[in-house]
Ligand binder design. Sequence first.
Ligand code: SF4
Ligand code: SF4
Length: 84
Amino acid sequence: MLPGNGRITGLRRRTRPRPGAARREEIRVIRIDREKCVGCGGCVDLCPRTAICFVKDRAFVDVQLCLECRTCVNVCPVKAPSEV
Ligand code: SF4
Ligand code: SF4
């Protein structure tokens, strides 16, 4: 039984994206160049999602956990992490 004479109330108008306000559809991930990484651990210590671990003495990003904050990119002394 619907309240209000069977009329459905409380529906909200759907908001549509404003024209020209394109949504960011690109998917970017952080990858670490194993050839450049010197295993200093700086990125591992500072990653807010603990998305970086060591694999065979080189940093490795779990892209499922990464939130693309770019902390690792900024902290790395040899510029091993990059957005791809
Ligand atoms: S971009 Fe941020 S969340 Fe992703 S691996 Fe680097 S420090 Fe961690
Ligand atoms: S900060 Fe750079 S060199 Fe150090 S472990 Fe991370 S990726 Fe490797």
